[in-house]
Every structure is written in structure tokens, then in C-alpha cells.
Design a protein around this ligand. Sequence first.
Ligand SMILES: Nc1ncnc2c1ncn2[C@@H]1O[C@H](COP(=O)(O)OP(=O)(O)OP(=O)(O)O)[C@@H](O)[C@H]1O
Length: 298
Amino acid sequence: MRPRGHHRSKDCAVDSVTLTDVTYTYPGSEGPVLRDINLSIRAGEFCSIIGPNGAGKTTLCAAIRGFVPKFYKGDFEGTVRIKGEDIADASIGEIARDVGFVFQNPFTQMSGITASVYDELAFGLRNLGVPPAQIRERVEGMLELAGITAFRDRDPFQLSGGQQQRVALAAMLIMEQDVIVIDEPTSQLDPQSTDDVFALIEAAQKQGRTIVLVEHKMGHVARYSDRVVLMGEGRIQAIGTPADVFTDPAAASHGITLPESIELAQRLAGHGVTVPGSPLTVPALIGALSGGSHHVAD
Ligand SMILES: Nc1ncnc2c1ncn2[C@@H]1O[C@H](COP(=O)(O)OP(=O)(O)OP(=O)(O)O)[C@@H](O)[C@H]1O
């Protein structure tokens, strides 16, 4: 697998995650939870997975990190490749060298045995036997990137939910996996903390990581994603740019809340006002309506 510290490039020609004909049934489930999934996510891409509750989004994430079927067992067909390598014969530990994972509740992701944010970030590196000077350098860099330098000496469990989520993300990002799977990281966060978490995920993408994100906040999905995958009933119902997917009839039929700008554009269309393009933010919508002649601050 990947040697540590290698050069990352945002080469979108290389597939980072590939699922081919993946169909999966949990033990005891009546029918498949994933059905005929074919999906290629390019290296450096920001790919969001959306869909109603029970659509199979978390299960798809579990397949990418090998937990399905290695941990959950069940009936699995198809192939998952990470950076071109079939993970069927890799252990969960081997896959974790390439695939990092953060989920909804940061509280459950903290090691629980470190007394400070600094130690929490250093924890995984110490376990790997990384030399102390290198640990210091990497932790300092990550504290800075995640905007959590001010909390470095605080007990992670004494932080707010938003701060904890950034610590959990930072503790994962510091391990330098190329593929980052993040499942509903902002569901318990206020708007400012949500923005902070997205800024950190975007910073990770700018380093060349591949981002696979499950998220219900569609304004953020529209703004940050290169591609959106709409899941419903275990299948991919639509896939494409945010503008493609949010204007696809499948989005409405699967009860997806549209980003405010797209919803407004559709309502204006009902009143005979055509908005050029599919603006993904309200400022972009206002800009489109004023013919691009006015600059609107983002
Ligand atoms: N460990 C499990 N064992 C059996 N069935 C499961 C298990 N985990 C999830 N399921 C079922 O698989 C289906 C898909 O669940 P999944 O959590 O992947 O959906 P989701 O799209 O992530 O939903 P949500 O938005 O509610 O998190 C659901 O019907 C769920 O009940």
C-alpha cells in the first residue's frame, strides 16, 4: 500500500474508489440494501452521497472501508477497489491505511485516553512509531489547518460539539490516508460549526485527498461537491454535478430538500422568470438574475 509522505497530486484521471456491480444484504435482512452499485470516484474528487433515510448511504461508506462485508458479514457480490486494488483479500487494518473515516458523533471517536487535543492528534502517529520530531511537526501543522491551535491543551471531552468534530477530523486527517469517508459530520452542529467543518474538509481536498461525504445539508453539498450521488432504495438514482442532480426529477421524487438557490430558481420559473444556469448559492442566483452585472459578496 501507499508509502507514507508520498507526493499527492490532484490527478483526476486516476480512480480512487471504484465499486463494480456491488449488491449487498445484511445478515437477516429481507432484501439487498445495496443493489447493482457501479461508481468510480476520481482521485482528489469531492463526492457527496445524498438520499432519504434508509437509502443505503452509510452501508455504501461501510463497503468502501471494507466493514461490509468483512465486519458485518452478510451476502456480498461485486468488487470494491481502492486506488485500483481489489480490497477483497485485504484486512480492515490494511484498508484503513488508505481509507480514513469520521462519522456523526465525534464523542464516540475520541480515543478516550488522551488528556489534551495535542495528544489526541499525536495518538495515532505514536502508535505507528513515527519519530517524535516528525510527530511534533505534523501535529502543529494539523492544529493550524483545523483552526484548533487555541484548544491544544484542552481536554477533548470538554470542547463543544463543533470543536470536537474538528478534533476528530484532524485526528483522522493527520494519518494522511488518501481517501476520506465522512458520514454526516455536521448533523448535530450549529451553522457556524458546520461551516468550520466544511472548510476543513475542503482544505483536506485541496491537499489532494479524495472526499466521500454523506450529508443532509444540501446548500453545503451544492457548494462544495464536484459530484453528487443520489441514493434511493439501495440504488444510485442520479449522479452528476450538483446542478445536474438537484435539477433531476429523481431528487424531487426521493424527497430531497433542494438547495435554497435551486428551489428559488424553480419557484421563479413558475412565475415566468427564467434563471440562467443552475446557481448553487443564493448570491450566485442574484448574480444570474442581474445578468452578472452586479457582484454579490459570497
Ligand atoms: N447492521 C445492520 N444490520 C441489518 N440492517 C441494517 C444494518 N445497518 C443498516 N441496516 C439497514 O440497511 C438499510 C440502509 O441503511 P443505511 O444506514 O445504509 O441507510 P442511510 O441511507 O445511511 O440512512 P440514514 O440517512 O438514516 O443514516 C436500512 O433499511 C437499515 O435498516
